[in-house]
Design a protein around this ligand. Sequence first.
Ligand SMILES: [Zn+2]
Ligand SMILES: [Zn+2]
Length: 336
Amino acid sequence: MRALLCASPRELALVERPAPVAGPGAPLVRIRRAGVCGTDLHIFEGTQPYFEYPRVIGHELGGEIAAVAGPSRFRVGQQVAVIPYVACGRCVACRRGKPNCCQRMNVIGVHSDGGFAEWLAVPEDNLVDAEGVSLDEAAMAEFLAIGAHAARRGAIEPGQKVAVVGAGPIGLATAIFARARGGDVAMLDARADRLAFARAAIGVEQTIEAGEGARERCGALTGGDFFDCVFDCTGSAAAMNAGFYLVAHGGSYVLVSIVLGDVTFADPEFHKRETTLLGSRNATRADFDTVFAALRAGAVPTRALATHRAKLDDAARVFPSWLDPASRVVKALIEI
Ligand SMILES: [Zn+2]
Ligand SMILES: [Zn+2]
């Protein structure tokens, strides 16, 4: 089969690989569409910590069941999406029903070979029915689920004032599901073009350019209250540190992005707000269910979010251009 192998940083090539076969409890999926994630771009650049090359990357996957081995909840031909987080099932997080933060997490396409390839055998527990949506939408479910999970972590309620800092794909997904829960969402980003996209594509009304004076503008926007819930989706330590000061007294701060390094805040500021601080990692099946309900209801502007695409044969050549901010990629899709 054809597969896109990242052999080492900046070395991405289409290679021939033996095709996998269905195993007991692990149907074979004919991958048809794959989303390109920030993680994939970082792996390509060589800035993803602890990544082991070479690897077939790709974890945002939609396709159809090609074969099953033995009894299965899935049938051949059924359209599916992949939940790429393979949890151990035994650690404390798994025992508490939180496989999204498993101690021994194995992410398909990061820790094991992924789905920028024609075929992939996937454990049934990591498949979700994707009938009734487009292939593009099936491939976009994963990053949307991360946003749905974040909004659930933030326990957003109708009428709450919400700020999403960072208007990349995860920020947009978080904003979409925070709004779906009734939150009154403002978005911040240092890039004006990303804020313009958020206004046009997902209908966010309040956008604030991050940087100098942003906190004052947030105060003015909220009548001095600031935000009941702030989400960080930036991947920037400086932005994460600044976000603590956008939280309303009694409010919450949800760190969706991850940085290598320390996040710091002034304790008196944290304490006087009685800030609730939360991490948000990956997503669970319940979040994928939320996403598919929204997709089937036509409630996610997926056409606008899918800004770029390439065929598998061309992907290695086009991939580097998606690293360039000037290309204004939101979600790039690979057709397989
Ligand atoms: Zn991803
Ligand atoms: Zn576990």
